[in-house]
Design a protein around this ligand. Structure first.
Ligand SMILES: [Zn+2]
Length: 430
């Protein structure tokens, strides 16, 4: 294997166009302008897949300076079973998860591995500090795996109700520690904990959607689809919590237009949420760039009712420049929703027709695709990318022993910040 010397790219702030080298884990414009994403501008405008392992074959368009072992890439294939059932001529499935027979080897069963493997391979001046990641579940599992196997210090913040997402094929290395917000809390409360930790000297925030490595890591799903299909699809279906994956797909789309070999269209983003917790849909349908105000207690109650807890983000990167509102606007996108029951039926149907189990969130994308076909929203001959963001988990668990992990600490909703900091200092003392 050729040694990897890092990708050539610069960062560009979308507020003012200011560019800089990627030196200090930049998450925002250096000039502190209003909230905007920072985007990677790659020197190479035409992507070439290389011989690097797993996800890193797409390194031309990844903001990284090293590669890690053990990653598996998404697999894009043309659907037969589901396509015939729906009468679609060009349905492509991008499968993220565990399905060795198809060539899919994501051991945590989620596309969050795409982001974890890239964030951990980004140039990082904070190697002596602890990265903080807040997660509703899948992100935590993916980051914990990658950091544990590569000895990268990590603090996970997760709602206690979502701890069942933390299963692994072996115990975690002690460099990974987990804290939880108590039962009845949601992803937002976990983010709150992570913000408190990030104020301490020994921690630094992973950054979520603001981290270019996270977005371009997720964008690998679109890189997989477009390079396999040979053209930019007409429609892109994905279930969203934060919408970061959809933003990433849009950004990849823009790069492919610049590439010039895959068409010049923008795929229409068809993103979906889990009814009745649909804050992105409500804002988008109201034509609002701002998220609509809502009561926090009410929001927690709605989150308790949804099956796909990973879709429960109350503060998605929607309003900021280059965020989900801009992505939906630029692609003439739509925000759809499905109920728990509709998604459950869709998930079973997918498994029957395609031959693999998919995770709860992904079944919402399938449910809204089915509804969009029925209602005539998509043409039968349209090129459709269905992003299955997680799958093969039941299969993985049937073939492997898994261990569950417990949090080192559990904090109340609205915790006292000073108390949290004192306890965290203790946790990472050695
Ligand atoms: Zn700026």
């Amino acid at each position: 294997m050729k040694p990897f010397n890092g990708t050539n790219y610069q960062l560009e702030a979308l507020c003012c166009g200011a560019r800089c080298a990627d030196k200090n884990w930049e998450l925002n414009c250096l000039h502190q302008h209003k909230p905007a994403l920072v985007r990677a501008i790659y020197e190479k405008k035409q992507i070439e897949l290389n011989a690097l392992p797993g996800l890193y074959q797409f390194s031309d368009w990844l903001p990284i300076d090293r590669i890690l072992e053990g990653s598996g890439a998404p697999v894009t294939y043309k659907s037969v079973g589901l396509a015939e059932y729906l009468g679609l001529e060009n349905l492509y499935i991008t499968f993220n998860g565990y399905w060795p027979e198809k060539g899919a080897f994501m051991q945590t069963g989620t596309f969050k591995e795409c982001e974890a493997f890239m964030v951990c391979a980004r140039h990082n001046p904070y190697h002596d500090k602890v990265m903080v990641v807040a997660s509703a579940g899948n992100t935590a599992r993916a980051f914990a795996r990658v950091c544990s196997e590569n000895k990268i210090p990590l603090l996970i913040c997760i709602p206690e109700d979502n701890l069942n997402a933390l299963w692994f094929n072996k115990p975690l290395d002690p460099c990974v520690k987990i804290i939880a917000s108590e039962t009845g809390s949601d992803y937002f409360d976990a983010i709150n904990l992570s913000n408190i930790a990030a104020e301490m000297d020994q921690f630094y925030p992973e950054g979520g959607a603001k981290n270019v490595a996270r977005r371009d890591g997720m964008g690998i799903t679109a890189l997989s689809a477009v390079t396999t299909i040979g053209k930019i699809p007409d429609y892109y279906f994905q279930a969203v919590g934060s919408g970061t994956g959809a933003i990433a797909a849009w950004e990849a789309n823009l790069r492919f237009i610049e590439d010039g070999r895959f068409g010049s269209n923008k795929m229409k983003l068809m993103v979906s949420q889990n009814h009745p917790f649909i804050p992105i849909k409500e804002a988008w349908d109201a034509g609002s760039r701002d998220m609509l105000p809502f009561d926090e207690a009410e929001a927690r109650k709605l989150v308790e009712q949804i099956d796909a807890k990973v879709l429960s983000n109350r503060k998605p990167p929607y309003s900021l420049i280059g965020g989900l509102f801009d992505a939906l606007t630029d692609t003439n996108g739509e925000v759809l929703s499905a109920t728990n029951q509709e998604a459950a039926i869709a998930g079973q149907l997918f498994e029957k027709l395609e031959g693999i189990d998919i995770d709860t969130a992904a079944s919402f994308a399938v449910a809204t695709l089915i509804e969009s076909v029925k209602s005539g929203k998509v043409e039968k001959d349209a090129v459709i990318m269905l992003n299955i963001t997680g799958g093969g988990i039941r299969k993985y668990k049937s073939e492997h022993e898994v261990v569950m992990v417990q949090p080192q600490m559990i904090f109340p909703v609205n915790p006292d910040a000073a108390e949290v900091k004192a306890k965290l200092a203790q946790l990472f003392k050695d």
